[in-house]
Each structure stands twice: as structure tokens, then as C-alpha cells.
Ligand binder design. Structure first.
Ligand SMILES: Nc1ncnc2c1ncn2[C@@H]1O[C@H](COP(=O)(O)OP(=O)(O)OP(=O)(O)O)[C@@H](O)[C@H]1O
Ligand SMILES: [Mg+2]
Length: 504
């Protein structure tokens, strides 16, 4: 099938009146969407608006209750992902689906290797993989190496190659840049634009509105499972898009903070872990938001892990309120008064199979006991309700498993868990990853409240506007070292990039 074909109906994808309910939750109510060939189409909306569900329906991972799908003008019934792939639809999820121990070539041609081919001509396959990678401008990725040897950004490129090797001409990217740094995002965008110019239809889901304006042509806004409007991106501004998404005006994006910056409350001195964390020292004051910036792989998360005792430290010491504390495990860290919102909520943040309720209250269970060991059910419910309301977590029933929540709402559950614990210093690793604009502001407000109460906050973030908008001081890391600590008046994108790209 040629990608350049211009014959056929105006729209390559026509989804009409799609409905889908999960129990009592109407995830999608009569949603329609039309995408042309050779365009990048944005799908935006708050957490739980129904974006992923709509795309799962297009790819065959979820069956709709009603509605019609046409591809190239023909009505299709997509009952499973294999049918989706055969119809040319590939979805790239934020959680990558590569086999880490297999080579890049094996990953790209996995369908062909699994079926049909009796004798595999590796030389030929490596050659084909090399050609696809070269055509896309990524000759640096060696096809015979293991997928796990490459950064997440490159693994994502391999996923795209896999989709292209299947002749997919409809490519769905569900929050692809959540795990990428600015530079890597630029690389991805260059590739997406090239694919668009080759005629691929790309549906792009992201909570980073800047990106929508940077690469998308048209788009649909979903709100509470309904279509809140179709837009041509060049004709609207960010403010209008946000209002459409949340159904109201959003005032201050980075709310003002009135915290008083006090004494040093936390100090990390000469932290070392192998070669990934190299002599890292910094202090955090009470009432301060201290940022850690840098590219993916610069050692930001690793630094937090070494401090928290999650990874074994090879050197360095930690002080809370001037007193040295011995931390050898996350439990020691919690006892010393440090808690963490982890970067990867799927494996570390929430217990997916446990009810939402228990996930929220798990860190403060001891406070919810009237008699030792017996949880006061009413108090547990009240605590959970308060946090659900405060963070505006969109849930059906608090006894449903956490896995039934949309991605962003799982992140909010993870934050509520952190707030339940009582600590002097809170570490937030990518706190707003996958979270919608409205909820981002809620999270910023919560961070502001925390520091105003005199706690210290350490925030790792790949989103530069967030670092600039929220932090009092920022350490920039590169290759496991701090290359500079910037004060508020020095916080600009240029400075952050400068310190994260070169040793200064
Ligand atoms: N398997 C499921 N079981 C129960 N409810 C579900 C299931 N999948 C989705 N939902 C519900 O459907 C609604 C839409 O979820 P969806 O994942 O499509 O949202 P989203 O727009 O992708 O949000 P996010 O930006 O947070 O990823 C949510 O209320 C979610 O809880
Ligand atoms: Mg989603």
C-alpha cells in the first residue's frame, strides 16, 4: 500500500458516534472524529476525558458499545489489536512494549519472526532494519544491539520503526513525550513531521499544550467523554484550548507562593553511587522548592534513589535539620522524615490491584487506628474523601481497583498517598507527568501549601516551564554531576539547556 495515495475519501479515519461505558462510567458518549491523510491530529482533554479509550477502540484493544468506524471510506469492525494492525493502525503507548532482551531487528520484525518465516535470514533482516532506521535519520541505532541498551527515547523510535515495518499508515502516540527530555522531544517531532509529509495520519495525545501548538494541524477536545469541539490549531490560542478542555477559564498557571524561606532543613553531602551519581551535594531550606533539572539519564532520579536508600550508596552523608541520619533503605528514609513521589507510578507509585481507597490511605494507616492495629473505617473513608476532593481525582467507586483509573488520575492517587505521610522533606520525581492542565495547577497549589507550612520540597522535572515557574533554586545535572545551581533570577530555558548540555 502506497502512503502517498491521494485518491479516496477526504478523511482516512472516520469515527462516528462512538459510545463506551465501563459499568456506570460513561467513558465515551457519542464521540466523532475525522482525520485526513498526512496530518498530525491532536486529541486533548483532562485526565479521564476518554482519549486513551477512544484510541484503544481504533486499535481494536477495546470494543465500543456502539458507533461506526470507517477507514479509507470503508466500514470496519476492529475486534482485536491484530485486526487493527492489519488495517494499518499502530498505537505507541507511553509504557513501551519492546522486548528488552531482544535485538532492535527482532523487535522491529517480531510479527514476521513469530509467524511464517521458517528460516530467518538475519543478515537481510538487519539490513532492512538498518535501512528503515537510516531513512528516519537514526543510523546511530545499531540493529543488532539489544533494545535495552538504548535510551527510552531511542526505544520509542524503534517502536515507530516497528509500526512502519507493518505498513501502518495510522500512527497513534499516547503521551509519547512524557518520558522524553526537551532535546529528545525535538528529535521525535522532526520524525513525526517527516512521516506526516510522507502521508501518514498521526493522532497525537499529550498534556503538554506547547507541543500541540508546535506540531499539530487540527484536533479534537474531549471533555468528560464528550466531544467539546474540533479545532484548527493555527486558529486558536492556548488559553482558548484550555478553556475548552476544562470548561472554565484558568487563571494563574503557576500560582503565587507566599512561603517564608527559613533554615536549611535537608542536606545531601558528596553523594556517590557508581558512576551515575558523582559527588552530588545540595541543601534544601524549609519553605523552599528546590529543583533538579537535566536531560533524561543525567542522574536525577538516581540521585534521589541513592539518598533514599532505594539504591546502595557508595559514599556521602545526609542531614535532616543539621543532624546526620543513617539511611540504608526507604523505610529508614521515611523514619528520618523524607518521602518520595516516584517517577514511575506503574511500578512504584500505586498498587494497581488494590482498591483506590487503600491506595490513598496506605501511608497514614497508623493514624487511622483507634485501637492499635484496627483501622477506623469511617476515618479512613473521611481521609480518602478529603484527598479525593482536594486533588479532584475522578473516580467511580473508591472500592474499584486503582487499575481502572485513567493514567493521570493514578498519578493523583500516588500524590495523595504521599500527602498522607508526615515528613519534613518531600521528593517529587516528575510530579505532573501525564497530568492534565487543571490538575497540574492543583498539584502546584499543593506543593505551595506544603512549603508554606514549612516543609522542604525537592522536585525533579523534565518540563522546563514547570522548573522555572515553581522552583526557588535549581541544580542542573549532567553525567551524574551537578554542573550549576541557579537562583530564581537566573532561571531561563537558555541557562537550563546550557548547563545540561555542556560542562560549564
Ligand atoms: N478498563 C476500565 N475499567 C473501568 N473504567 C475504565 C477502564 N478504562 C477506562 N475507564 C474509565 O474511562 C474513563 C476514560 O479513561 P481514559 O483512560 O480513556 O482517559 P484519558 O483521557 O486517556 O485520561 P488520561 O489523560 O488520564 O490518560 C475514566 O473515567 C476511566 O476511569
Ligand atoms: Mg490516557
Amino acid at each position: 500500500m502506497s502512503l502517498e495515495t491521494t485518491e479516496g475519501p477526504e478523511y482516512r479515519i472516520q469515527m462516528t458516534d462512538i459510545c463506551k461505558s465501563f459499568g456506570g462510567v460513561h467513558a465515551l458518549e457519542s464521540v466523532s472524529l475525522n482525520v485526513k491523510r498526512g496530518e498530525i491530529y491532536a486529541l486533548v482533554g483532562e485526565n479521564g476525558a476518554g482519549k486513551s479509550t477512544l484510541m484503544k477502540i481504533l486499535s481494536g484493544a477495546t470494543i465500543p458499545d456502539s458507533g461506526e468506524i470507517r477507514i479509507e471510506g470503508k466500514t470496519v469492525h476492529i475486534h482485536n489489536p491484530k485486526m487493527g494492525i492489519d488495517l494499518g493502525v499502530s498505537v505507541i503507548y507511553q509504557e513501551l512494549a519492546l522486548m528488552p532482551d531482544m535485538s532492535v531487528t527482532e523487535n522491529i520484525f517480531i510479527d514476521r519472526i513469530n509467524t511464517g518465516m521458517k528460516i530467518i535470514n538475519w543478515k537481510q533482516l538487519h539490513g532492512e532494519a538498518k535501512k528503515i532506521l537510516k531513512d528516519l535519520g537514526f543510523e546511530k541505532i545499531s540493529p543488532s544491539k539489544k533494545a535495552a541498551d538504548f535510551s527510552i527515547a531511542y526505544q520509542q523510535i524503534v517502536e515507530i520503526c516497528k509500526a512502519l515495518s507493518r505498513n501502518s499508515f495510522i500512527l497513534v502516540l499516547d503521551e509519547p513525550t512524557a518520558v522524553l527530555s526537551t532535546v529528545e522531544t525535538e528529535q521525535l517531532f522532526k520524525l513525526l513531521k517527516k512521516l506526516r509529509d510522507d502521508g501518514v495520519s498521526i493522532i497525537y495525545i499529550s498534556h503538554r499544550l506547547k507541543e500541540i501548538f508546535q506540531i499539530c494541524d487540527r484536533g479534537t477536545v474531549l471533555r468528560d467523554g464528550k466531544n467539546a469541539g474540533n479545532v484548527t490549531i493555527s486558529e486558536i490560542d492556548e488559553h482558548t484550548l484550555v478553556s475548552m478542555m476544562i470548561g472554565r477559564e484558568l487563571q494563574n498557571y503557576f500560582p503565587k507562593r507566599t512561603s517564608h524561606i527559613g533554615e536549611v532543613i535537608f542536606e545531601a553531602k558528596n553523594i556517590v553511587r557508581g558512576t551515575v551519581v558523582n559527588d552530588v551535594s545540595f541543601t534544601v531550606h524549609a519553605g523552599e522548592v528546590f529543583g533538579i533539572s537535566g536531560l533524561v539519564g543525567a542522574g536525577r532520579t538516581e540521585t534521589l534513589m541513592a539518598i533514599l536508600g532505594e539504591d546502595k550508596r557508595d559514599g556521602g552523608s545526609i542531614f535532616i535539620k543539621g543532624k546526620e541520619v543513617g539511611i540504608h533503605s526507604p523505610i529508614d528514609a521515611l523514619k528520618a522524615g523524607i518521602s518520595l513521589l516516584p517517577e514511575d507510578r506503574k511500578t512504584q507509585g500505586v498498587l494497581l490491584e488494590l482498591p483506590i481507597m487503600h491506595n490513598i490511605t496506605i501511608s497514614c494507616l497508623s493514624k487511622l487506628c483507634r485501637i492499635i492495629g484496627v483501622i477506623d473505617g469511617r476515618r479512613e473513608r473521611e481521609t480518602a474523601d478529603r484527598l479525593i476532593k482536594k486533588l479532584r481525582i475522578k473516580i467511580g467507586n473508591p472500592w474499584d481497583p486503582c487499575s481502572s483509573l485513567s493514567g493521570g488520575n493514578q498519578q493523583k492517587v500516588s500524590i495523595s498517598k504521599l500527602l498522607g505521610a508526615d515528613c519534613a522533606v518531600l521528593f517529587f520525581d516528575e510530579p505532573t507527568r501525564g497530568v492534565d492542565v487543571g490538575a497540574k495547577v492543583e498539584i502546584y497549589n499543593i506543593i505551595n501549601e506544603i512549603v508554606t507550612e514549612g516543609y522542604g520540597v525537592v522536585m525533579v522535572s523534565s518540563e522546563m516551564p514547570e522548573i522555572i515557574g515553581m522552583c526557588d533554586r535549581v541544580a542542573v545535572m549532567r553525567n551524574g554531576r551537578i554542573t550549576g545551581v541557579l537562583n530564581k533570577d537566573e532561571l531561563t530555558e537558555q541557562n537550563l539547556i546550557k548547563y545540561s548540555m555542556e560542562v560549564v
